[in-house]
Design a protein around this ligand. Structure first.
Ligand SMILES: [Fe+2]
Ligand SMILES: [Fe+2]
Length: 305
């Protein structure tokens, strides 16, 4: 199925062209690349509306319930989470209003974000199960870490969680479009680091960070999330307070690699550490905290485990 581009979608795209830190030539290349993907998941319209609603302080539960009910996969995931062992006890919940109230906004928000990432992941999983499992584990770990770090730079934890979970969505797009060619590139260059970015630039003319950011902007995700995704491998400028989310995702990505892949290739970005007011001595306790938080999102981890 060819990606459908509606008029509203094109409006969003032109706004995104202005805010994303991507050169116009590179942007053209990325747009053409995305337009030629045959099996791109449809823009997650309902999920994006929900994400925007969650950032509205005057949101109301009825509107959230209404939107969750539009998408059967979201309804199923929300009820499943509500009735899972961690929230169980008593009669199973079947009413969405009750489920949203019982879980709370943050939990529902995490489910919505996970669905966006998961829909893209499913296509990869069919062909490259081991890569998909590893990438999913990495993105969930980054999301949980970003959420923990967010309070250090006064970023909303749910926004940090979303940016963390979606930061490598460009890799998923590359794998689903290029198949074995990209999987091989990742194996040769390493799962992360500058070698992979250089290889992507040479072959495609842009990195997975730029590709992911552009796709999310076209889907209508908020500007700060798209920018953080674009910058997740770049050192954030220390003089701008608005780079707090970018620093959070950058450092969360580093910690997730450190936890999952060992520390041989990962290097903490000093600028991100400065912005987050962290020192190397803080890292062992942070890793323990992340490990503890991951136990609370086992159902997310198992979605593609
Ligand atoms: Fe990345
Ligand atoms: Fe990553």
């Amino acid at each position: 199925m060819k990606a459908q581009i509606s008029e509203a979608f094109l409006d969003t795209a032109s706004v995104a062209d202005r805010f994303l830190p991507i050169q116009s030539l590179e942007m053209d290349k990325i747009n053409r690349y995305i337009d030629n993907i045959r099996h791109l998941p449809p823009a997650p319209t309902v999920a994006v509306q929900l994400l925007n609603l969650f950032s509205d302080p005057n949101r109301d539960v009825d509107r959230i319930v209404e939107l969750v009910n539009v998408d059967p996969s979201l309804t199923a995931a929300t009820l499943k989470r509500c009735n899972s062992a961690s929230h169980g006890g008593g009669e199973p919940v079947t009413d969405m209003f009750q489920a949203v109230c019982q879980l709370g906004f943050y939990e529902v928000y995490c489910i919505v974000t996970a669905m966006i990432a998961s829909q893209t992941m499913t296509q990869v999983r069919a062909k490259y199960a081991s890569d998909a499992t590893r990438l999913w584990r990495h993105t969930v770990t980054t999301a949980v870490t970003a959420s923990l770090l967010s309070r250090r730079v006064h970023t909303v934890d749910a926004t940090a969680f979303t940016a963390g979970l979606l930061h490598d969505i460009g890799k998923l797009v590359f794998i689903s479009k290029e198949g074995i060619t990209y999987a091989q590139m990742v194996r040769e260059s390493g799962f992360y680091g500058s070698k992979l970015a250089i290889a992507e630039e040479q072959v495609f003319g842009f990195t997975h960070a730029a590709l992911g950011a552009r796709l999310l902007a076209r889907w209508g995700l908020p500007e700060n999330i798209c920018t953080a995704v674009k910058l997740h491998h770049d050192p954030p400028a220390t003089d701008e307070k608005s780079n707090g989310l970018a620093a959070t995702v950058n450092f969360a990505n580093y910690l997730a690699h450190k936890m999952i892949d060992g520390s041989t290739m990962a290097h903490a970005c000093p600028q991100a550490m400065d912005l987050l007011e962290l020192t190397p001595e803080d890292i062992p306790s942070l890793l323990q905290e992340v490990d503890k938080s991951l136990q609370g999102v086992q159902d997310l981890l198992q979605m593609h485990g």
